[in-house]
Design a protein around this ligand. Structure first.
Ligand code: 8Y4
Length: 276
C-alpha cells in the first residue's frame, strides 16, 4: 500500500486513478470582459469539472506550450490567486497549483491549494523544495528535458525510459535531503516535455517500468501533440486519442490522470476499471 499526503489530505493506492481536471486561467481573447470575467469563468469551469467527477483541480496561469514566452510573476499571481481564493470556499476537492515559480506556489497554498504541480522538477534552485518541505504540500514532480522555450529543439536520450527513471531516483534522494517526505511526492514522466513522438511512445509502451517505482505516477496526455502526430487530429479533435491513452496509463497502473475532459475521462476509466 502506498500513501500520498498533501497537507490535510490523504489518498491510498492502489485505487482507481484520481482525475486531475485542467483549469487554465489565461485571458480570453474572444471576450473584452477583462480580469474579473476571466476569474469568474475559470471558477465556473472548475466547479463544472468537480461536478463531472474530478478529484483534483489543477489551476494554471502560465502557458507551457512549446516555445511559449514566460509570464511575469505579477501577472501569474493576478491570474491564479483570485481563482483559488474563490474556489477554496466552494469546492470540496483538492486544489493543485500548476506553476514553476516558488512565490506563486506559496501564495496559492496560502489561498487554499494543497498540491504543487511542478513541470520544472528538473530545477536547480531549491526554493520550491524548501516550500514543499515546510508546508507538507503534495508535490507532483514532472520530468522535463530543458525548459519550455527550448525543449522541443532536438531532444536526445540514451534510453528515454532509463533516463526518466534515473532522473526520478536522483531527484527523490535530493528531495529527501531537503526535508521532503516521499509520501508527499507523485512522479510524472512529462509527456511532450522535451520528447519526440518516438520518446513519448517509448514512455507509454514501457510505462510499467515507472509505475513499479516507489511513488505513484501521474500522467498528462490530454489533447497533446503526439495524438495529432499519430492521427492527424487537430488540437480540438483529440478526445478519442486522449481517452485511449488514459486507458493505457490506467492499465499500466497510473495513479493520477490529468485531463481537460473530466466527464468523458471519468466515464471511460469507470468502464475500464470495472472490466479489468
Ligand atoms: C493541447 C492542450 C495540447 C494542452 C497540449 C497541451 C502536464 C502538466 C502540462 C503533464 C503534469 C499541456 C502543467 C501541457 N502538462 N503537469 N502540465 N503533467 N503534472 N499541453 O503532462 O497540457 S501543460
Amino acid at each position: 500500500m502506498t500513501i500520498w499526503r498533501a497537507i490535510d489530505r490523504v489518498w491510498e493506492f492502489p485505487r482507481p486513478p484520481l482525475i486531475m481536471g485542467i483549469v487554465n486561467v489565461t485571458p480570453d481573447s474572444f471576450s473584452d470582459g477583462g480580469k474579473h470575467a476571466t476569474t469568474v469563468s475559470a471558477v465556473k469551469h472548475a466547479l463544472y469539472l468537480e461536478n463531472s467527477g474530478a478529484d483534483i483541480l489543477d489551476i494554471g496561469g502560465e502557458s507551457t506550450r512549446p516555445g511559449a514566452e514566460p509570464v511575469t510573476q505579477e501577472e501569474e499571481l493576478n491570474r491564479v490567486i483570485p481563482v483559488i481564493e474563490k474556489l477554496a470556499g466552494k469546492t470540496k476537492i483538492a486544489i493543485s497549483i500548476d506553476t514553476q515559480k516558488p512565490a506563486v506556489a506559496k501564495a496559492a497554498l496560502k489561498a487554499g491549494a494543497s498540491i504543487i504541480n511542478d513541470i520544472a522538477a528538473n530545477r536547480e534552485d531549491e526554493a520550491m523544495w524548501q516550500l514543499v518541505a515546510e508546508t507538507k504540500s503534495g508535490y507532483v514532480a514532472m520530468h522535463m528535458l530543458g525548459d519550455p522555450k527550448t525543449m522541443q529543439r532536438n531532444p536526445k536520450y540514451a534510453d528515454v525510459l532509463n533516463d526518466v527513471e534515473a532522473f526520478f531516483n536522483r531527484q527523490m534522494k535530493r528531495w529527501t535531503d531537503w526535508g521532503i517526505s516521499l509520501e508527499q511526492v507523485v512522479l510524472d514522466p512529462g509527456i511532450g516535455f522535451g520528447k519526440t513522438l518516438e520518446h513519448n511512445l517509448a514512455l507509454m509502451k514501457g510505462l510499467e517500468r515507472l509505475t513499479r517505482m516507489e511513488r505513484p505516477l501521474a500522467m498528462g496526455t490530454s489533447r497533446k501533440s503526439f495524438i495529432g502526430e499519430l492521427t492527424g487530429a487537430g488540437v480540438n479533435d483529440r478526445l478519442p486519442g486522449s481517452l485511449a491513452s488514459a486507458c493505457r496509463a490506467t492499465q499500466a497502473g497510473a495513479a493520477i490522470i490529468r485531463t481537460h475532459d473530466v466527464e468523458e475521462t471519468t466515464q471511460a476509466l469507470r468502464v475500464w476499471t470495472a472490466t479489468n
